[in-house]
Design a binder for this molecule. Structure first.
Ligand code: NAD
Ligand code: UDX
Length: 482
């Protein structure tokens, strides 16, 4: 029986290993982590992450061929294939701070693998890492290995949160990079055999190590670039009276461009896009390619511009001040169908409004009150460090200005304005007449996700701003400077 161990029981390690266990009954899978609370949750009825379909997969395999454990060294020692799926955050201090990937967690995992291994192993980079990381990992393993042979593979993960299980069941592609030596090719085949149990062969791509590592950064950069492109257009739409929904539909009909990933929004969030593009920018700079670095940096700049623009629009429309005004925030997760708040645009928008002394009433169907307060207290880039290292209950200086409530109606009661930050389906079908009746007047809605029916809301009496859509007269009279 092949034994797999995955270091890191997070958003990637947990679902990916659960699906491998489900699809490969003859493989024994152990997912290990140093965060005890996370492992306890994986072993309970309330899993540590919300992901549609995940509960069912875990229930089918847990205790049979899927195990979650804090006995990191034991399971690593016993495994044939070790996946490493730990955090690779942006460095916050020192060389490359604010851009380069912090490989502290990766390096300590690699050193531990070398320490506890008594048999040869395939070590798989599952985390997103800078190109050439495999070379560094190889050096750490071989210099500490006591004669044991390791083969390093790069097998980046392309799942998106909220659709992780579907993405894993039916991936567009699985990418495996390895050394072009007979041993490297043998290792590639061993990993390919695992995926081939449910992924069609023509979707399993094999490359050299550096192509696999770089493809992951490139894919995320291309995806984020599409969003920044449509968001840049959304600003021009508002200025000209064009409608971004119509523009992106017309653009996406070109089969060379395609319709996906062209939804204008308040900005992209999530744990990957910003971090991975900053990392790409740093790698370009280190390789003497400042023009290429500058090109990709623009994707982040437009994203920051879009979030600032939104805050400025809210404040400018409401007579240039939101001080002591209640603003309802609907949605805090970085996208629907997840409870994940890492780099969610809601954090920047809330911080912007709090900076203007607003009082916020926040509702999200999946994000806890504790998490929201913690997010609003953390500084940039501090979020992506293992949970056990973070303060469990951060008390923020803004806590008095923020309340977290149990539904959208409570959030909106007596509010002057309502901001939609996440495209949760339930926000499409709210009773907006009831909401309007209970709000201060004039009542404003700022839709950062284009989920509401603007015409219907205007008929009710709201002043409505929806990203990239023609402005109503009120907003034209109150221009927001970005
Ligand atoms: P995460 O924070 O949810 O999980 C990482 C886990 O690793 C944490 O639970 C942490 O406690 C654990 N960990 C850290 N150091 C450890 C060590 N030395 N030993 C044991 N456990 C350790 O992160 P994630 O979202 O699962 O991302 C993991 C990697 O995958 C990152 O490199 C990320 O860029 C990449 N990735 C993420 C996604 C996504 O959608 N979240 C998608 C593709 C790739
Ligand atoms: C992303 C990549 O899609 C995935 O392949 C990679 O493995 C990890 O990073 P994720 O961050 O989970 O996945 O979600 P994604 O669906 O890509 O959305 C990222 C952000 O972009 C979200 O805030 C989302 O709301 C936003 N977005 C997405 C838009 O604003 N407009 C779009 O058209 C699509």
């Amino acid at each position: 029986m092949v034994k797999i161990c995955c270091i890191g029981a997070g958003y990637v390690g947990g679902p990916t290993m659960a699906v491998i266990a489900l699809k490969c009954p003859s493989v024994q899978v152990a997912v290990v982590d140093i965060a005890q609370k996370r492992i306890e949750a994986w072993n309970s009825d309330k899993l540590p992450i919300y992901e549609p379909g995940l509960d069912d997969v875990v229930k089918q395999c847990r205790g049979k061929n899927l195990f979650f454990s804090t006995e990191v060294e034991k399971h690593v020692g016993e495994a044939d294939i070790v996946f490493v799926s730990v955090n690779t955050p942006t460095k916050t201090t020192g060389l490359g701070a604010g851009k380069a990937a912090d490989l502290t967690y990766w390096e300590s995992a690699a050193r531990m693998i070398a320490d506890v291994s008594k048999s040869s192993k395939i070590v798989v980079e599952k985390s997103t890492v800078p190109v050439k990381t495999a070379e560094a990992i190889e050096k750490i393993l071989t210099h500490n290995s006591k004669g044991i042979k390791f083969q390093i593979l790069s097998n980046p993960e392309f799942l998106a949160e909220g659709t992780a299980i579907q993405d894993l069941f039916n991936p567009d592609r699985v990418l495996i990079g390895g050394r072009e030596t007979p041993e490297g090719q043998k290792a590639i085949k061993a990993l390919k055999d695992v995926y081939a149990q449910w992924v069609p062969e023509d979707r399993i791509l094999t490359t050299n190590l550096w192509s696999a590592e770089l493809s992951k950064l490139a894919a995320n950069a291309f995806l984020a670039q599409r969003i920044s492109s449509v968001n840049a257009m959304s600003a021009l739409c508002e200025a000209t009276g064009a409608n971004v929904i119509e523009v992106s539909y017309a653009v996406g009909k070109d089969t060379r461009i395609g319709p996906k990933f062209l939804n204008a929004s308040v900005g992209f969030g999530g744990s990957c896009f910003q971090k991975d593009i900053l990392n790409l920018v740093y790698i370009c700079e280190c390789n003497g390619l400042p023009e290429v670095a500058e090109y990709w940096k623009q994707v982040i700049k437009i994203n920051d511009y879009q979030k600032n623009r939104f805050v400025n629009r809210v404040v400018a429309s409401m007579f240039n001040t939101v001080a002591k005004k209640k603003i309802a925030i609907l949605g805090f997760a970085f996208k629907k169908d997840t409870g994940d708040t890492r780099e969610t645009p809601a954090i920047d928008v809330c911080k912007g409004l709090l900076g203007d002394k607003a009082e916020l009433s926040i509702y999200d169907p999946q994000v806890t009150e504790d998490q929201i307060h913690k997010d609003l207290a953390l500084s940039k880039f501090d979020w992506d460090h293992p949970l056990h290292l973070q303060p469990m209950s951060a008390s923020s200086s803004t806590e008095k200005q923020v309340t977290v409530v149990g539904d959208a109606y409570e959030a909106a009661k007596d509010a002057h304005g309502l901001c939609i930050m996440t495209e949760w389906d339930e926000f499409k079908t709210l009773d907006y007449k009831k909401i309007f009746d209970n709000m201060q007047k004039p009542a404003f809605i700022f839709d950062g996700r284009n989920v509401v029916n603007v015409d219907q809301l205007r008929e009710i009496g709201f002043i409505v701003f929806s990203i990239g859509k023609p402005l109503d007269a009120w907003l034209k009279d109150m221009p927001a400077v970005a």
